[in-house]
Design a protein around this ligand. Structure first.
Ligand code: ZN
Length: 233
């Protein structure tokens, strides 16, 4: 219990959160804030040191589960997992991996919404460390600058490459784009499947989770309808 509270970094009264204990909350997903909860010391050690430590700790998990780490098929797994965590699926924890974004002048004077839809993403649920995957749709109205389209994919990827909850992923993408493009006129919709719901627990393979962020001009019923029409095309 204590350990979980420290990790989530949220003030609780005793072991309770909003009146519930962590055991009572169980599989239900909590959303504690816009920032990914990182320790102040998160980057005191290098990526190389992190990989070594993770490989060692992961081999301990496998060992505790009774797996034979001398087996040819298993012996490389701890290192593979460590490398995958740091260099791939959780690489977005490190701000050094944030994509460098160049902006261009809006020479075409295009002043309607630009929609980039069906951006495929893979992330991992921070409560179970199993995949969340789906599509992100992004829209913005230029305030004078435009962004290379593939850079939107890179931003989505960067925030997806963290232990995540879908609400936070949605907001992190939106706020980053808002800052880069210097506009509040941003919309982000995330439509995703959570394997912690599909492959275990309640085992519901057909449900999907949709979250959205509508900022600035997108926060009106007309714009939302217009955006939805783009998404139907
Ligand atoms: Zn989960």
């Amino acid at each position: 219990m204590k350990h979980q509270e420290t990790l989530l970094n949220i003030p609780t009264n005793g072991s309770r959160l909003n009146g519930f204990t962590f055991d009572e909350i169980g599989d239900d997903h909590l959303y504690t804030g816009i920032e990914t909860p990182l320790k102040e010391t998160a980057f005191d050690i290098s990526d190389e040191e992190k990989k070594e430590k993770i490989a060692d700790l992961f081999s301990q998990i496998m060992d505790v589960m009774g797996l034979d780490l001398t087996d040819d098929s298993l012996k490389g797994t701890p290192k593979r997992v460590a490398k995958m965590y740091i260099e791939e699926i959780f690489s977005g924890l490190n701000p050094e991996n944030k994509p460098k974004i160049a902006l261009f002048d809006n020479k075409y004077k295009y002043n309607q919404m630009l929609v980039e839809k069906n951006i495929q993403f893979y992330s991992n649920c921070e409560h179970h460390f199993v995949p969340i995957f789906g599509k992100v749709h992004v829209a913005y109205v230029s305030s004078g600058k435009v962004i290379g389209l593939s850079k939107i994919n890179r931003i989505v990827q960067y925030f997806a490459n963290r232990p995540q909850v879908q609400e936070r992923l949605t907001n992190q993408i939106a706020l980053e784009l808002s800052e880069i493009l210097d506009t509040k006129d941003i919309a982000v919709i995330v439509d995703a499947k959570h394997l912690c719901v599909a492959s275990r627990g309640i085992k519901d393979d057909s449900s999907a989770t949709v979250t959205s962020y509508y900022g600035g001009v997108f926060n009106t019923p007309e714009k939302i309808v217009e955006l939805q029409n783009y998404l139907k095309l």
